[in-house]
Design a protein around this ligand. Sequence first.
Ligand SMILES: [Zn+2]
Length: 121
Amino acid sequence: MPSRPRVLRPGGARSRVEARREYDATRQARHSWRRFYSTARWHKIRVRQLRDFPLCAFCEREERVTPATVCDHVERHGGDEERFFAGPFQSLCKRCHDSTKQADEAAAKRRGPTPSLPFRG
Ligand SMILES: [Zn+2]
């Protein structure tokens, strides 16, 4: 990662502590959606999903019968509360969930940190 050019702030230089605090706040905001998982609302959704669809959807496609333990978001919610609770959801076993998540993250890495621009050939 390229380092940011040094910026001179006459009289208003931030201390290391301040910079650190700011960094922590940003990081927390970025992952704040994780708290949705501990809400009663999410608990209800998860229980209902796994009750209605008790088998892993991915394993079923491969004609394997595996009990699902994970209520997975079919579409990326991107930390958006509305989308997080709206779904759609699918039931997965932990193994499928973890492997698709890894594949997903690898794909995101290949795409790069910025949304890809429309391809012009
Ligand atoms: Zn599975």
